[in-house]
Design a protein around this ligand. Structure first.
Ligand code: ARG
Ligand code: ZN
Length: 874
């Protein structure tokens, strides 16, 4: 059942052109496919048979070059169609006719029904649920697609490329033909049919071509497309300016659908998006939603070059397109908003979620070597760590060298399906660099650890930094060779200014050290005083940095470090140290007391002047419980929660006047203003509110309630409701009800309402979750809703999900089994909540393991869930 990278062989046959004809109907769709096939000259096999992939299809007829095949000329099973004999020395035409049932497709892979419209999702292997095909990314073909359907139900008929013809069949049915001039793998095929309205615009490319842009939505969402459209134009311009890459078709379409397993899909010329990443209006979407939308619109657009024009040879190479494209969308978002805040947000997500994956039973390299179900490998490691790997290449080569390497990559491989080696190779060749050791980032799993010790030699005015690297064992990889790690360094004098770094007889304010051996010492000269070291600036490598630091040094860096990432990191480390002391006290039943040092540090942040208020808000944020959990040997969810709450409340008590001052200073109505400074004011004010409400006083409760009822934008309304829902606010039930009634027609807002309640740390949350499962607005067939309730509870509510009696675990396993039968991809994502069972105390381990075992022994388990659950237990 396992597929291995080492078993890769080129396809035996190629498909030059594809003609598809769809007779669309939600109950029964007829697909007629005409493939021009020929042997692949590169294949070494001598095989007369042709094996095509296909699942859940009803065969109607088969013919080669106009001659229909008899039943003894082919073999059909659940996953393939084997045609015993096909012409070897010439091209031939294979015609297939089959039927499918979109309405019965709850897995949301292949052709399915979402609300009233028909749409497709083919990556990774959904095309084989439409018709039999060589459904692998290294088979690239040119497509011509004809769609016919009922005019009233499906007035809009879309597919990839350009519309070349269309007309009426009779009074009730019509047809349209689309042609895509670019050869593409089947995973980039798409079609959409439905009652959709288009929001249109245009973009003139650098070379002067006029591109038509269209966003298709249901009519009630037409007023929520402006931001997505602007984001698309921003992305198109940015890619021209930054990478010299232009769009290549005359039309770019985006369709938003309610039912979608992931975020969005880069189908050539016809992106299909989860509505969550398209729709926004100031009163329905938060500032973060606006930022995510721009990021995802950019991501899918950037795939046109990194993914579509140059694609993956096989699915093990997924990070070739995903890691690179995430890096590109991160660069784009950083350029569009606050660089400092974007970097911190990305690192935060990486460290809380990807580091956990890399340290657990599901750890795998950025380029995996084996899988049972490829959909399980759309992971944080392939995406986010993959992006960090590309970022390190960017750091090592510098912006110009990186661009030169990318230019060569695009020139060499345009129109091809290639490997991660091809990418790294192009960067090496263009820069005469040697990345042979760097390559280990693609092949070795696990997060490297850097143990750093410093020694200041006063007599010689030298600083010696000794860096030891190691990497823990991961499944299938006991020993690791040393990585090539770029470590950015700065030094601070005792007045907080930069101390010149003398290294190899040269001086600068910042350098990148190349850590390549298991242990290395770097020495810096001409230092009359011991400097304060600022290491791993900008988080220059995805590693865990261990360095003994005093609270005073951390507070000093928090005041003075010129590197915005490390300045924030110093504050986090400071808070972490303090919280872990408190956790120890809690575990030893000692009284808690907050060190004045942290209070002073936070007071400084509150009183300092910042030009970037979003950044100031980030400096004030305490590390998340899930991040703290990742740092603990045996996770103690209750102690983490209690200690962190103690810090939050104590800071609020001692700095109440400051929090109130900033709240009042920045609380104003600027709904609809999405300039960085307005977003910053909202962020800062709302974090102040978050601290203030922890005091549970009537006047602060009233502050939150007033903001909730008067807010003209979703950021402020949501922030207020979140603080209310996470407290003992007397008006909690009333506020939640009022919110529901205000927004009951806006699905994406109702998702927020579910998630907010599911993540509350208050004691009766599990009962609330159970009753929400029975709420008429809950629908287990809508992935966004499942993620908002079941996903949020099991992955973002540590204290309640990990309740000692195991009720959270049993609940999750119940839901996984229900989902298993409906939508295996979503089911397997939900197993994540149990995968880290080894990290908890013995009683919880037993309870979590029991539920995993119960899942594994289910009779009709999908590959998806089987792989995650069984690997978690192994
Ligand atoms: N290529 C898409 C993206 O990164 C992800 C689609 C993956 N879908 C899936 N079912 N595995 O934007
Ligand atoms: Zn992607």
């Amino acid at each position: 059942q396992t597929v291995y990278l080492k078993d890769y062989t080129p396809p035996e046959y190629l498909i030059e052109t594809v003609e598809l004809n769809f007779d669309l109907d939600e109950q029964l769709t007829i697909v007629r496919s005409s493939l021009s096939l020929q042997r692949n000259p590169q294949s070494k096999h001598q095989n007369l048979a042709l094996s095509l992939m296909g699942e859940e299809l009803q065969l109607i007829s088969l013919a080669i070059d106009g001659v229909s095949l008899d039943e003894d000329e082919y073999t059909l099973d659940k996953e393939s169609l084997l045609i015993h004999k096909v012409p070897q020395d010439r091209a031939f035409q294979l015609k297939i006719e089959n039927s499918i049932s979109p309405a019965a497709n709850t897995a949301l892979e292949g052709l399915y029904l979402s609300s009233q419209m028909l749409c497709t999702q083919c990556e990774a292997q959904g095309f084989r649920k439409i018709t039999w095909f060589l459904d692998r990314p290294d088979v690239m073909s040119r497509y011509k697609v004809t769609l016919s359907a009922a005019k009233d139900k499906y007035p809009v008929l879309l597919s990839n490329g350009n519309k070349i013809a269309g007309g009426d069949i009779d009074q009730n049915r019509h047809w349209v033909t689309w042609e895509d001039p670019f050869a593409k793998p089947s995973y980039l095929f798409a079609l959409v049919a439905g009652q959709l309205e288009a929001v249109s615009d245009e973009f003139v490319t650098h070379s002067g071509r006029r591109i038509e842009l269209q966003i298709f939505v249901e009519s009630h969402n037409v007023d929520k497309c402006a931001h997505a459209m602007q984001s698309l134009k921003n992305a198109m311009r940015w890619d021209e300016e930054t990478y010299g890459l232009e769009y290549d078709l005359d039309l770019y379409m985006i369709v938003a659908v309610d039912h979608f397993n992931m975020g969005a899909m880069e189908n050539k010329g016809l992106n299909i998006f989860n509505t969550k990443f398209v729709l926004a209006r100031p009163d329905t979407a938060t500032d973060s939603d606006y930022e995510y939308i721009e990021g995802v619109i950019g991501h899918e657009y950037f795939h046109n070059w990194t993914g579509n024009r140059i694609t993956c040879r096989d699915w093990f190479q997924l990070s070739l397109k995903e890691g690179f494209t995430v890096f590109r969308d991160q660069q784009f978002s950083a350029d569009r908003s606050s660089k400092a805040v974007k970097r911190i947000a990305d690192v935060n997500a990486l460290r809380t979620r990807q580091f956990a994956e890399d340290a657990g039973p599901l750890a795998h390299p950025v380029r995996p070597e084996a899988y049972i179900e490829i959909n399980n490998f759309y992971t944080l490691t392939v995406y986010e760590k993959g992006a960090e790997v590309v970022r390190m290449l960017h750091t090592l080569l510098g912006p110009e060298g990186f661009r030169k390497g990318c230019d060569l990559y695009f020139a060499r491989h345009d129109g091809q399906a290639v490997t991660c080696e091809d990418f790294v190779n192009a960067l090496e060749t263009a820069n005469q660099a040697d990345f042979s050791q760097f390559w280990l980032w693609y092949s070795q799993a696990g997060t490297p650890v850097l143990d750093v010790t410093e020694h200041y030699d006063a007599a010689n005015q030298q600083l010696h930094l000794t860096i030891k690297q190691s990497c823990p064992a991961t499944p299938g990889q006991a020993q690791k060779a040393p990585f090539h790690i770029p470590v950015k360094l700065g030094l601070l004098s005792d007045d907080g200014s930069a101390a010149p770094i003398w290294f190899n007889q040269q001086s600068s304010n910042e350098i990148t050290l190349h850590v390549t051996a298991a242990e290395q010492t770097f020495s810096f000269a001409n230092l009359a005083q011991a400097p304060v070291v600022s290491l791993l600036r900008g988080f220059s490598a995805p590693v865990i940095l261990k360095m003994e630091r005093s609270l005073e040094d951390l507070a000093f860096l928090l005041r003075h470090d010129s590197d915005t990432f490390n300045r924030w990191e110093a504050g986090q480390q400071l808070a972490i140290k303090v919280i872990f002391e408190l956790i120890k006290n809690l575990q030893n039943q000692q009284a808690l007391q907050l060190t004045p040092l942290l209070v002073d540090a936070w007071r400084n942040i509150l009183q300092d002047k910042f030009s970037d208020l979003s950044y100031q808000a980030m400096l004030l944020s305490l590390p998340e419980e899930s991040y703290l959990a990742g740092l603990m040997e045996v996770i103690d969810v209750d102690a983490i929660h209690e200690a962190r709450e103690f810090v939050r409340i104590s800071l609020a008590k001692q700095l109440q006047t400051e929090f109130q001052r900033l709240y009042t200073l920045y609380h104003r109505d600027e709904s609809g203003n999405f300039q960085a400074d307005a977003i910053g004011r909202r962020r800062l004010k709302n974090i102040c509110l978050n601290y203030l409400i922890s005091l549970e006083t009537p006047e602060n409760y009233e502050l939150a309630e007033r903001q909730f009822y008067s807010a003209g934008n979703m950021t402020d309304q949501m922030a207020a409701l979140a603080t209310i829902a996470n407290s003992r606010h007397p008006a909690k039930a009333r506020s939640l009800d009022s919110f529901y009634h205000q927004w009951r027609r806006e699905a994406l807002v109702i998702d927020k309402w579910f998630a907010l309640q599911a993540t509350s740390s208050m004691p009766n949350t599990f009962a609330t979750v159970q009753s929400l499962m029975r709420h008429h607005a809950f629908d287990i067939k809508t992935p966004n809703r499942v993620r908002a309730l079941i996903g949020a509870f099991s992955q973002s509510n540590p204290v309640n999900f990990h309740a000692k009696n195991g009720e959270g675990y049993a609940f999750l396993a119940d839901q996984v089994l229900v989902l298993n039968d409906l939508n295996p991809q979503i089911a397997s994502r939900m197993v994540t909540g149990l995968a880290q069972w080894r990290r908890y105390d013995e009683e919880r381990q037993i309870l979590m393991k029991q539920q995993l075992q119960r899942i594994v022994s289910y009779a009709h388990l999908s590959k998806d869930v089987y792989e995650i659950a069984s690997k978690s237990l192994a």
